[in-house]
Design a protein around this ligand. Structure first.
Ligand SMILES: Nc1ncnc2c1ncn2[C@@H]1O[C@H](COP(=O)(O)OP(=O)(O)OP(=O)(O)O)[C@@H](O)[C@H]1O
Ligand SMILES: [Mg+2]
Length: 233
C-alpha cells in the first residue's frame, strides 16, 4: 500500500512543484531508496519537462519516476499504482474554483485518495480568505476520508521566508490566525527559508556542486520532519 501525499494550496507560486520534486528525490535516494512515483497532474507539466533534461545528465542518482495523469487516468490506475509504489506524490492541477461545489473540483477529487495534504505558505502569496476557502474544502474531504476509516492529515509549512519584509510579517499573522481558527499544524515553527537556491525543482539542481551546503542542510532538516509526519500514522 502506497502512502499518497499531495502538496497543494489555493494560490500559485508557493513552491508546490519544487517541493514535490525534492521530496520525491529524497525518498528515492539513499538512505531511503523507496519506490516513488511523482504524479504531475498540472496541465503545464512543469516537472515532466524539467525531468526529461535531468535524467540524461546525472549519474549515480536514482531517478524517481514521474508521469502525467489527469484525474480520470489517476482514478483508473490508482489500484495498480498503490501496489507498485511505496509513495505516490501528487502535484495537483489548478486552483480551487470557489464557484463550484467541493466534490466537482479536480483538486478535491485527488484529495479523496490522499493520506496527507501539505500546504505551502510563502510570503507575498496569500490572503487569509483564500487559504480558508481551501482549508474548508480540505476539511470536508478529511471527513469523507474518516467516514471510510482513513484520514487526510493536513499540515502547513513555510517556504522562502526571510523575516525581513512586510510580506514576511503578514505571513506570520496569517499563520497565527490559521492556528487559532483551525488548530492547523505547522512544520518547523521556527520560521526560516528551507532552501536558498533557485530552480530547485530538478534532480540536478539538488545534486550539482554549486547548490549550497546551507540549502542542503535546510532541506534535510525540513525533510526529516516531513518524513516523521508521513511515517507516524
Ligand atoms: N525554497 C526555495 N528556495 C528558492 N526558490 C524556490 C524555493 N521554492 C520555490 N522556489 C522558486 O519559486 C518559484 C515558484 O516555485 P514553484 O514553481 O515550485 O511553485 P508552484 O506552487 O508549483 O507554482 P505554480 O502554482 O505556478 O505551479 C520557482 O521559480 C522556484 O524555483
Ligand atoms: Mg507548479
Amino acid at each position: 500500500m502506497a502512502k499518497i501525499i499531495i502538496v497543494g494550496n489555493q494560490k500559485g507560486g508557493a513552491g508546490k512543484s519544487t517541493v514535490v520534486s525534492m521530496v520525491a528525490n529524497a525518498l528515492a535516494n539513499a538512505p531511503y531508496q523507496h519506490k516513488v512515483l511523482l504524479v504531475d497532474a498540472d496541465i503545464q507539466q512543469s516537472i515532466i519537462k524539467r525531468r526529461l533534461g535531468d535524467v540524461r545528465f546525472i549519474e549515480g542518482v536514482t531517478p524517481y519516476e514521474v508521469v502525467y495523469k489527469n484525474i480520470a487516468q489517476f482514478q483508473k490506475d490508482i489500484k495498480q499504482l498503490d501496489q507498485e509504489y511505496e509513495y505516490i506524490i501528487i502535484d495537483p492541477p489548478g486552483k480551487l474554483d470557489v464557484n463550484l461545489p467541493a466534490d466537482q473540483q479536480e483538486v478535491t477529487k485527488f484529495l479523496l485518495y490522499a493520506d496527507h495534504l501539505f500546504i505551502p505558505f510563502a510570503p507575498g502569496n496569500y490572503v487569509v480568505e483564500s487559504t480558508i476557502d481551501f482549508l474548508k474544502v480540505a476539511l470536508q474531504i478529511k471527513k469523507v476520508r474518516k467516514s471510510k476509516g482513513a484520514d487526510l492529515e493536513i499540515t502547513g509549512f513555510i517556504n522562502m521566508f526571510e523575516n525581513r519584509t512586510l510580506d514576511d510579517q503578514f505571513l506570520v499573522q496569517e499563520i497565527e490566525e490559521l492556528q487559532d481558527m483551525f488548530r492547523m499544524e505547522f512544520m518547523d515553527k521556527k520560521l526560516h527559508r528551507y532552501a536558498l537556491f533557485r530552480n530547485v525543482d530538478t534532480i540536478s539542481s539538488f545534486y550539482e556542486e554549486q547548490s549550497s551546503d546551507r540549502a542542503k542542510r535546510n532541506f534535510s532538516k525540513w525533510f526529516n520532519e516531513f518524513y516523521k509526519i508521513v511515517n507516524d500514522g
